[in-house]
Design a protein around this ligand. Sequence first.
Ligand code: F0G
Length: 461
Amino acid sequence: MSFRTIIEPFTIKSVEPIRMTTKDERNRALIKAQYNLFKIPSRMVLIDLLTDSGTGAMSSEQWAAIMRGDESYAGSTSFERLESTVRELFGFSHIIPTHQGRAAERILFSTTCKKGDIIPNNTHFDTTRGNIEFLGAEAVDLVIPEGLEPRNPHPFKGNMDILKLKNLIKKRGKDNIPLCLLTITNNSGGGQPVSMQNIRDVRAVLDPHNIPLYLDAARFAENAYFIKLREKGYEEVSVKEIIHEMMSFADGCTVSAKKDGLVNIGGFLCTNNDLLAQKKKDLLILTEGFPTYGGLAGRDIEAMEVGLREVMNEDYLKYRLTETQYLGEHLAEMGYHTIQPPGGHAIYIDAKATLEHISPLNYPGQALAVELYKTGGIRSCEIGSVMFGKVEPKTKREEPAAMELLRLALPRRTHTQSHIDYVLEVAKEVLDRKKEIKGLKITKQTTFLRHFTASFEPLLS
Ligand code: F0G
């Protein structure tokens, strides 16, 4: 059998120019942004791998659907279409649109969670953790130990540790756990999938205690395709059926449609609980909008509805995971320590192992991000102690995160293989002089989600 290149399964109908910058310009931009890449203007970025969220390209069908948007305040046909598609795909009874994922999270937790409660998850994403902690509740991460070992090639490193979940319920009591979450794929843990067996097992642990299960399903289609590729018994099952089965174990889900919804803005919250749905809709009206638009324009809802169907196309998913794998395998070959196996939406470089001369509290992930930007205008995102380090309020002592990662997230349908090859060339240049890279210190920060706004200074030695 001959192997052919797995090509981008689309042609390009509309283009957006990128601006070339010089190293001097980038250096100045870094100083102005206090070494925080969130504060760099996008016009100064050549290849933006900061996030795969809302940064993808829409299809011609989605742009066509935009014209169909029904902008009625109440009862729009665009919402009816979305509701029917989400019901068909996911099977939940209530679909509540929100402007993006974190709005769905805020509404879910505000209506279910109080001070002192505990919410387990495989690994909470930063906004999920932030929303829970904001309510005075505790966000607990229970990913399997393999999920914290960067080089362990376990096929489902996003799985939740069933024993830890049982112990948590036993120790803290079911009455303090209003719900359990599972993030598919596990973004903060490396974009790693959760197996169907694990979803089933989590459900079985929760059932006798009547604890509801919600999926944080931003990357539901990528998770489903991993199940098809890696889980025994699913080889011949369609992605659509796998999605339906994953959701069948849950009582609801939150979705940031900016990922597998293939849109630039949008999200929704699903639940099977009628009483809760009413509470959620009441809060939605107060803060997002009427339940048939939830902070979105009718045209956004149309694009989302088409995106949700397009993302299940298996040629697309095959290309998507191959693109990520291509980047990951080449980085590993040249000597970067990366989380194995490659994730769905991003490659995670183990910055602690790659830059072993920089200690975790001098933020090796941030140092590498700064270097990739300086060298080639590539923007990436630290997922380590800057994002998840804990500062003890009284002593100001800082506890590092479990891992020091640098994420290169791939926007959907946006870059070609030559863009990826360029990223690899820049990464090689950086690796060749890694010994010269210095750590950083934080000079200014906020209490919640500090990574978005913190200021840094490079260390001199
Ligand atoms: N859940 C997960 C697993 C996420 O990755 C994100 C966002 C959210 C919830 C929140 O959704 O941005 O629409 O409000 N992740 C983005 C990222 C920001 O870069 O990984 P949102």
